[in-house]
Design a protein around this ligand. Structure first.
Ligand code: DHB
Ligand code: FE
Length: 282
């Protein structure tokens, strides 16, 4: 068994929890009591209605408590929330944007990846498996004017569905990088196509999915954060036409205009696609 396939839910869960706690320490929001009152009241009341509807037994109530304790012990709250909740938060937060479409961030973003300008190859192993893939496009404002110095912060799973820094045995920045656009606003990122991603199934989130008889898969996807001075940062994901689970993402984070239609690469090796980002003003 390779070290990569030895990735466990507890391992990636712990890393995802630590990464999230670091992010919150660096920029937490102040408590707004009126907001907490309004949201907590509605959330609890929605849950009370579910109980009245389904009439769980005490055994079922205790199973819920035991499971919630386990999610914490496995460090899986970031994974669980990003799979089952985040897509609605993302949709409502970004509802008024006119530019590029967003999608969930998920638990595996790490800031400060290696940077290159205009065109570059993501850090990868010499024998990195997977179809070579050129992801290119232009970052513009809403009027289509190219933005110089925009950042395309890009991360993805490898050809086995694993993320560097969250699965063991991968180089630190494998398949993570930031492309800074040149004067014409364009970026060219050379990478490989990722594999579909399976939610770790040996922890509490996997137990939940299995208990419900669902499947634990997300379609193959690319993650990005695109930003430029004076513009709103957009966090998104892109998927591949015809890919497994595109129509059945466990995280419900696919939107029609986030599905790429790659073509054979002009270089003769692998595939390529052009996808542009228009950024809303800040
Ligand atoms: C999760 C993983 C992802 O790669 C993603 O994009 C969203 C969620 C998760 O395991 O929670
Ligand atoms: Fe992902």
């Amino acid at each position: 068994m390779s070290t990569e396939t030895a990735a466990t839910a507890a391992g990636s869960g712990r890393s995802a929890t630590e990464t999230f706690q670091k992010k919150v320490r660096e920029g937490g929001a102040a408590v707004d009591h009126a907001r907490v009152d309004a949201i907590a009241k509605d959330a609890l009341s929605a849950l009370h209605d579910v109980i009245r509807k389904h009439k769980p037994s005490y055994a079922e109530y205790d199973a819920l408590k035991a499971w919630m304790i386990q999610v914490g012990e496995d460090g899986e709250w970031p994974l669980f929330l990003d799979v089952f909740i985040e897509h609605v938060v993302e949709d409502t937060v970004n509802a008024d944007r006119k530019g590029a479409t967003g999608s969930i961030e998920g638990p595996y973003y790490v800031p400060d990846a290696p940077e290159f300008t205009s065109e570059g190859t993501l850090p990868m192993r010499e024998d990195e498996a997977g179809t070579p893939f050129l992801f290119q496009g232009t970052v513009t404002d809403l009027d289509g004017n190219p933005l110089e110095g925009a950042l395309v912060d890009f991360w993805q799973a490898d050809d086995a569905g694993f993320y560097s820094q969250f699965a063991p045995g991968l180089p630190e920045w494998n398949l993570r990088g930031v492309c800074r656009t040149g004067a014409d606003g364009t970026f060219k990122i050379h990478t490989i196509k990722p594999a579909p991603y399976m939610i770790p199934h040996d922890g509490a989130t996997g137990a939940f999915i299995e208990a419900a008889g669902w499947h634990p898969w997300r379609p193959a996807h690319l993650h990005l954060k695109v930003s430029a001075p004076g513009k709103q940062l957009i966090t998104s994901q892109l998927y591949f036409e015809g890919g497994e689970y595109v129509a059945d993402d466990v995280a419900q984070a696919v939107k029609p205009n986030l599905v790429l239609h790659p073509t054979p690469a002009e270089s003769g090796s692998g595939e390529q696609v052009t996808y542009d980002f228009a950024l809303d003003p800040a």
